[in-house]
Structure formats: structure tokens, C-alpha cells
Design a protein around this ligand. Sequence first.
Ligand SMILES: *[C@@H]1O[C@H](CO)[C@@H](O)[C@H](O)[C@H]1NC(C)=O
Ligand SMILES: *[C@@H]1O[C@H](CO)[C@@H](O)[C@H](O)[C@H]1NC(C)=O
Ligand SMILES: *[C@@H]1O[C@H](CO)[C@@H](O)[C@H](O)[C@H]1NC(C)=O
Ligand SMILES: *[C@@H]1O[C@H](CO)[C@@H](O)[C@H](O)[C@H]1NC(C)=O
Ligand SMILES: *[C@@H]1O[C@H](CO)[C@@H](O)[C@H](O)[C@H]1NC(C)=O
Length: 434
Amino acid sequence: MNLATLVFASVAAVTTIALDNGLMKTPPMGWLAWERYRCNVDCENDPKNCISENLFIDMADRLYEDGWKELGYNYVNIDDCWTLRERDQQGRLQADPKRFPGGIKRLADYMHNRGLKLGIYGDMGTYTCMGYPGTPVEKIQVDALTFAEWEVDMLKYDGCYSNDTDQALGYPLMAKALNNTGRPIGYSCSWPAYQGGLPPKVNYTQLGEICNLWRNYGDIQDSWSSVLMIIDWVFTNQDVLTPAAGPGKWNDPDMLIIGDFGLSLDQSRSQMALWAIMAAPLFMSTDLRTISGEARTILQNKMIISIDQDVLGIQGRRILKEKSNIEVYWRPLSNNASALVFFSRRTDMPYRYKTSLSKLNYTTGTYKVHDVFTDKTDVLMDSTVFEVAVNPTGVVMWYLSAPAKPQSLHFLRGGKRHGAAYDPEENGIPQGFL
Ligand SMILES: *[C@@H]1O[C@H](CO)[C@@H](O)[C@H](O)[C@H]1NC(C)=O
Ligand SMILES: *[C@@H]1O[C@H](CO)[C@@H](O)[C@H](O)[C@H]1NC(C)=O
Ligand SMILES: *[C@@H]1O[C@H](CO)[C@@H](O)[C@H](O)[C@H]1NC(C)=O
Ligand SMILES: *[C@@H]1O[C@H](CO)[C@@H](O)[C@H](O)[C@H]1NC(C)=O
Ligand SMILES: *[C@@H]1O[C@H](CO)[C@@H](O)[C@H](O)[C@H]1NC(C)=O
């Protein structure tokens, strides 16, 4: 049997099996090197910021000591440029010993001793995007085994230097190979990003069966225009993308760049808010050693993290695009709660947007509203007209409780209602918040 037949036989077997590694029932969270640190391998001149075990250890220490881990940020993920240019004599990938003197296994141990996880990077083609050895079809078996032996917890499998045919073979084969190692390894597929992200070229049913998350669009860059392009692409295609997501299978709009150089505070809040609406994996790519207090406050916002991590795993949608350049986004949450984001594309000044929950198709009832950035709360009936002031390129984000049952104990006196018209018990923030 030649290689092609062998490969096709395995693929036919795998495409009917759902990815069932038990991982990532909520979107994964952590830190990923690429956007901030790229392929900086110049450890001689830039020892603090080069792709090396020191960088990953530093970030692990920050996650562990600065309260990130408790909030769910537990993956520390290597991206491209970690290997030597050559495989070893047994044909295995090898970390550059100058930059990773302890090797990947020891780095994984370091993470596991702190309750963290280690992610690694490979590429389905002949080379990685930066020209390091790839993991083409014939290397999938050996590399999956190597990663498992090192006790790696997640693989990002990129697609540079591969073609459509190889991708259609390789991505399912890697899922199978990872499963065969017996080690649960979260699997991030870049496949749809190389196929334009949309059907008919992309089959989201299949992706959900073989990958835990997938990149469907271009790489994020350190700029607001890049964030906007991603937002536009995702929500323009929400009818395709929203049904693809769910527990264990997520659309990945790429890393959070909050804390870097390209976003204002309002834009940072917008990225965090809309990533949570998207049920996006939350991988920060920033220097956690020097991050500002303001950026940290946004990234550590418990309520937004809880919205992102909602157990129903339903990806949210854009529900309104107003002529005023205000947009409204909505995500249904467990316990009949929901999240709303009011987003401004304006460039003038804070815009006072007036609406009501019934205009946003909320069912009749009384809702407790929690502004996730100001922590202010309010109680609104569906018919109440309210106003939110949304800054240019900024957001207002709300968590809304389930509609309250009417209070049976309120009483009338002189034709006026006294006592709360809603039952405060029913309006509590549901458990599940951090
Ligand atoms: C491999 O797949 C089987 C069948 O879907 C599943 O029961 C098992 O948990 C998987 N194992 C790993 C390590 O992913
Ligand atoms: C895809 O690439 C492989 C080598 O990686 C090659 O053998 C194959 O012919 C290519 N297929 C197409 C359709 O270009
Ligand atoms: C998409 O993948 C699913 C599951 O692998 C398969 O059943 C279905 O036929 C595929 N759809 C198309 C249009 O190829
Ligand atoms: C959610 O609302 C539906 C319909 O109003 C109701 O039947 C259900 O009990 C509610 N669930 C929770 C968890 O409150
Ligand atoms: C509300 O529902 C109506 C009827 O289904 C629909 O046309 C409208 O677009 C919805 N509005 C919002 C904001 O979802």
C-alpha cells in the first residue's frame, strides 16, 4: 500500500469520529507568545524578550503570582520559532538547546507544578510560517508522540507551506494521532484560515469533530484597524460562524492585544467585550511583567470573563447596526441571563444612545442590569427607555439577569404601588460568577 492510500484510509476513519478529548468545554484562556514576541530569537541582544524558556517561565510566574491563574488564564503557549532548523537523528523535532536548555519536557513540568498548562506550535506544511521544520503528513505520527512524551497540553497547528490536499489529510490525521497518544491535548487548527474561513471550502461540522478551536481569519496585529477587521469579518459572517461554536469547539478570532501598544483604553475594553460576546478563546499576548494597571483591570474583569466562559457556550451576535453608527451585540447566557454590548463606530464624542429592552426583543419583564465596567446596577422593565453614553471606538457592556418574576408581595396604597415590583431573589446575579 502506498502512502496516499494509507493516509486516505485513516482519514476516512477519522472524519466520522467526533473529537472527544474532554477538553475546552469553555473557551481556553491563557497566554500566547506570537503577537507580542513574534520570531524574536535574538537572545544575545534581547535576552528578556526572545523566544526562550526564560520568557515562558517569566509569563508562567506572572500568571501564577499575579492572580491570572485563578481567573482561568492557565495555558502558557509557545508559537513559531522554538525548534532547531533540523530534526534530530531519530527524525524528531528538537527545541533549540541554546534558547530552551531544559527542553520542552522540563518546561511542561514547570507549568504543571504550578497548575498551568503548556501549549506548543507546529505547522501542517513542509515549513512553519517562519521557515522552521514543519509537520507534514508523514511526520504527524512522530510529532504527536513527541508532544505527548513531553506532556504538552495543547497544539496550535498552523498551515503555511501546505496545499488544500495536504490540509484535508493532515488536520484530521493530527486529530487522530493526538487521540492515539492517549494524552488529552487541546487542538487548535488554523485550517479554515487558509481556506477563506467560509463554506463551501470550510466544513464547520467536520472542524467541530476534529478540533477544539480554529482560526478562521488572518492574524491579529497590534492595531485598532486589525481588531476592527476581525470584528467586521466575524459578525458579517455570524450566520455561518455562530452555529459552529459550542462546548469543546470554538471559533478563534485570535489573541487579545490589550496591554500592548496599539489600542486606547476604550478600544481595549471593546476588544475584551466583543471577544466575550464571540465566546472567544482568551489568549493574551502582552508582557505580563510590565503590563499597566489599566490593561490588567480590563483583562481581569471577572464579569466579562464569566460571560466569555458561560457554560452554554452559545456564541453571540450583532443584533443591530444603527444609522448613528452605534451597534448592539447580544449573547444568551445560562440561567436565562444575557449580555449586551453597545459599540460605537463614531469618531466625534460620546454618543447618548436611547433604546429599550423591548426594542432589542427582550421578553416582557423586569431585568437587573449590571454594567460590567462601572459595576453600576439598575433595574429595567422591558419597556423602560434608557440611555447609554458610548465613547468613540468604545463600548458599554451589560450583564442582564433573567427576567424577574413579578413580586407577589407588593401592595397598593392610595392607588400607588409600594414595595418592589420584582422579586429581589429572582434578580440575584446567578451563581457561576467568579
Ligand atoms: C480518543 O477518542 C475516543 C473516542 O472518541 C475518546 O473516548 C477518548 O477519550 C479520546 N482520547 C483522548 C486522549 O483524546
Ligand atoms: C500538495 O503538496 C504535496 C507535497 O507537500 C504534493 O505532493 C502534492 O502534489 C501537492 N498537491 C497539489 C494539488 O498541489
Ligand atoms: C461536512 O462534514 C461532515 C462531518 O464530517 C460530513 O458528514 C458532511 O458530509 C460534510 N459536508 C460537506 C458539504 O462536505
Ligand atoms: C428560563 O426561562 C424559561 C422560559 O421562560 C423557563 O421555563 C425556565 O425555567 C427558565 N430557566 C431558568 C434556569 O431560569
Ligand atoms: C426583533 O424581532 C423582529 C421580528 O423577528 C426582527 O425583525 C428584528 O430584527 C429584531 N430586532 C432585534 C434588535 O433583534
